[in-house]
Design a binder for this molecule. Structure first.
Ligand SMILES: [Zn+2]
Length: 137
């Protein structure tokens, strides 16, 4: 494909990451833990050797407004929604990579424009200090 546009730095990487983002069609928050447990009843099979534990109990935990909410999922539900739990992690990874690629692009474009590479202690990499006098250009 002939593309006459001027490529911007890190464009291939950024487009590839954007494409990966486009594949994400469901995201569920929180974490899932599968537990098998013993009960308190002596003589229950869960106390045998080897034990037949109760469960699995599939605990889905997430934070809502500072509180922890726990719900249980069936094995069927876990199989159905596992990809959406995986997507949550994937989304964060892709977003982090996209951020890095974009930062590189900015640095390259800026260095190209000014003809000087950005020094390590560039003020744009710090939190801007508030000035007492604000001047709008
Ligand atoms: Zn038991």
């Amino acid at each position: 494909m002939a593309d006459k546009r001027t490529k911007r730095p890190w464009e291939a990487t950024r487009r590839a990451l954007a494409g990966e983002l486009g594949e994400i069609d469901g995201v569920l928050p929180g974490s899932v833990v599968v537990r098998r447990m013993r009960c308190g009843k002596s003589g229950c099979a869960c106390h045998d050797d080897p034990p037949t534990l109760h469960g699995p109990y599939i605990q889905w935990t997430r934070a809502i407004g500072g509180k922890t909410l726990t719900r249980y999922l069936s094995e069927e539900e876990l199989a159905r929604y596992q990809p959406w739990f995986d997507n949550a992690r994937r989304l964060k990874e892709i977003a982090a990579k996209l951020e890095i690629a974009s930062l590189h692009a900015l640095e390259i474009e800026r260095a190209t424009k000014t003809g000087t590479p950005i020094p390590r202690d560039d003020p744009t990499s710090r939190v801007t200090r508030r000035r007492s006098t604000t001047r709008d250009a």
